[in-house]
Design a protein around this ligand. Structure first.
Ligand code: PGA
Length: 252
């Protein structure tokens, strides 16, 4: 039985006052989703604040990116060890916005995935196709390529300490969610592909869905057999929405 995980991706949003208000509300509501794991992935400058506010609560925290390097002359970069200093559990790796806007290629994503695990972090590896790729019938080929780039370097056993997230690019921030059936089809495909390397690990690994998840559609998505929770962007900034999504994961 895979424990559901709902992770918020705040992206480049937040502020000291707004974060406090949001997290206070989530802390107060978190008893409602006992048995579901929850986390927030926040901008680097707020990790200290978030750690102070969430320490001792059931809500974990993490970052949205890290360097593939351990340390050195990499101006503007942040290492996995630095994230561990702030007791991050998770770090998002290979988000489509990183791939698309910052040119991250499969090999760099694989290196970041490995760096996260070396630092003791749990990477949330994002894969997903663009609308054009979907329309060309290339969805499976694209997510397979993105997944294999990591498995070929890290090995399938690395998935024991990782989370996958299927995030169709056309559904991110667009209000256009994949239908539960569309999500399930890709999640099943990913799990079968992993099973080709190791059947037991394929059954254990959590595969989150991300892309315009809201309180109103979360339950149907989470009801799918291979959807093990969500990676939530916009709706993670609204306490009632995020709390309702976490509760929906509990119901399933
Ligand atoms: P969204 O973002 O929920 O705002 O679509 C999801 C994500 O990018 O992780």
């Amino acid at each position: 039985m895979r424990t559901k995980l709902v992770a918020g991706n705040w992206k480049m949003h937040g502020g000291l006052a707004a974060n406090r208000e949001l997290l206070d509300a989530l802390k107060a509501a978190s008893a409602d989703w006992s048995g579901v794991e929850s986390a927030v992935c926040v901008p680097f400058p707020y990790l200290h604040q978030v750690r102070e506010l969430l320490r001792g609560t059931p809500i974990a925290w993490g970052a949205q990116n890290l360097s593939e390097h351990e340390a050195g002359a990499y101006t503007g970069e942040v290492s996995g060890a630095m994230l561990r200093d702030f007791e991050c559990r998770y770090v998002i790796v290979g988000h489509s916005e990183r791939r698309r806007l910052y040119g991250e290629q499969d090999a760099q994503v694989a290196a970041k995935f490995a760096a996260a695990q070396r630092a003791g972090l749990v990477p949330i590896l994002c894969v997903g196709e663009t609308l054009e790729e979907r329309e060309q019938g290339a969805t499976e080929a694209v997510v397979a390529r993105q997944l294999d780039a990591v498995l070929d370097t890290a090995g399938v056993a690395a998935l024991r300490n990782a989370v996958l997230a299927y995030e169709p690019v056309w559904a991110i921030g667009t209000g256009r969610t994949a239908t539960p059936e569309q999500a399930q089809a890709v999640h099943r495909y990913l799990r079968e592909r992993i099973a080709g390397r190791d059947a037991e690990i394929a059954q254990e690994v959590r595969i989150l869905y991300g892309g315009s998840v809201k309180a109103g559609n979360a339950a149907q998505l989470f009801a799918m057999p291979d959807v093990d929770g969500g990676l939530i962007g916009g709706a993670s900034l609204i306490a009632e929405e995020f709390a309702a999504i976490c509760k929906a994961a509990k119901a399933e």
